[in-house]
Design a protein around this ligand. Structure first.
Ligand code: TRP
Length: 334
């Protein structure tokens, strides 16, 4: 079927258990984009091999990340939702792009240097060429827009460099991909311990996961740092109090937020009550998603069907691109 909409592509690493920061930072954008663009969303299982060669957990992680994205509103009928390893054309394009990527530029990549520092015993070539594989993922569908966070900017810049080298050498095949974000100012999802943002690897007790049960959510929220309250009318909020308001803005009604704003301003606020309210609103937000994730995970047949349908869409698009690539490169001998 012909689709004239612009093409969007993004990858999700299957490292399990999404949190509130992933939801408001990434997934919500995907869900919004699925009606306006021709979207390809992929689980980057090959990428995960660069740092996690042990694959015992891989299948369940892939299933979970698919289930979590679907439960958050991503519709497999509207987008191509697929696994990287199911689209073998990716590997072929990766090989061609590797001939256009220089060792020097790959070694200078910030994410590569970080991973070398974190894990000096496993500096494999796949790690070095991680950005090449990512570029292959994107341009395989000739995507123009890539919804990603700031940490991926350098990878996108490298993808544009590979595209320009390819187009210059073999002829215009690929558009230049660029980062995409609906809301210019990124939404803040602070951690509950006032140390920064919610994050996968650090401070798990200060991060709310979509898989957390109600008791865990309440416990984490109630532990958020507060003080004995403002003593002067209309004073400025300390940052740890601002954080609690920021979290409320994500899940609570305007009425609730205004009430606590007023109580803060006239010094009658009781942070215990505020946190109780926030905890209930978080429970109401997260528990339906969590329950749906569990239901989807029980239904392995459905998950297989999602992956199959997604792969078929992605392969169709990939095959069309690769015909153009081989032709442009002069790799058609008969
Ligand atoms: N590197 C991305 C990350 O760490 C994941 C990813 C793999 C990706 N392939 C991609 C993102 C293609 C955007 C497009 O989050």
């Amino acid at each position: 079927m012909k689709d004239d909409r612009e093409i969007v592509m993004s990858g999700i690493r299957p490292t399990g258990f999404l949190h509130l920061g992933n939801y408001f930072g990434a997934i919500r954008n995907y869900v919004k984009m699925q009606d306006d663009y021709n979207c390809f969303f992929m689980v980057a299982d090959w990428h995960s091999l660069t740092t996690h060669p042990d694959t015992k957990q891989l299948k369940s992680n892939v299933h979970r990340v698919l289930a979590e994205n679907i439960a958050c509103g991503l519709n497999p009928d509207k987008v191509a939702l697929y696994c990287q390893s199911h689209v073998h054309e990716t590997a072929e394009l990766y090989l061609y792009l590797n001939m256009l990527a220089y060792k020097g530029e790959l070694e200078k990549t910030v994410t590569f240097k970080d991973k070398v520092r974190q894990n000096p015993e496993n500096v494999n070539a796949g790690l070095l060429t991680y950005p090449v594989l990512q570029a292959a993922d994107i341009i395989l569908h000739r995507a123009k827009f890539v919804p990603v966070g700031k940490d991926q900017e350098q990878h996108l810049e490298m993808a544009r460099n590979f595209v320009n080298r390819f187009n210059h050498r073999y002829g215009e095949v690929f558009p230049e991909p660029q980062a995409f974000n609906y809301n210019q100012a990124l939404i803040k999802v602070p951690s509950l311990d006032n140390t920064g943002k919610m994050s996968k690897s650090e401070n798990q007790l200060a991060t709310l996961y979509l898989a957390d049960n109600d008791a865990t959510i309440r416990k984490k929220v109630m532990k958020a740092v507060t003080d004995s309250g403002p003593v002067e009318m209309n004073s400025a909020k300390p940052d740890y109090i601002e954080n609690i308001f920021d979290l409320m803005k994500l899940v609570s009604s305007a009425e609730v937020i205004n009430r606590f704003e007023d109580e803060f301003n006239n010094c009658t606020i009781r942070y215990g009550d505020m946190k109780k309210q926030l905890a209930e609103d978080m429970v109401n937000f997260i528990s339906p998603i969590r329950n749906q994730v569990e239901a989807i995970l029980q239904d392995e047949k459905y998950l297989l069907q999602v992956m199959e349908t997604g792969a078929a869409k992605a392969i169709e698009s990939a095959k069309a691109t690769m015909l153009q690539v081989r032709k442009a490169m002069g790799l058609q001998y008969y």
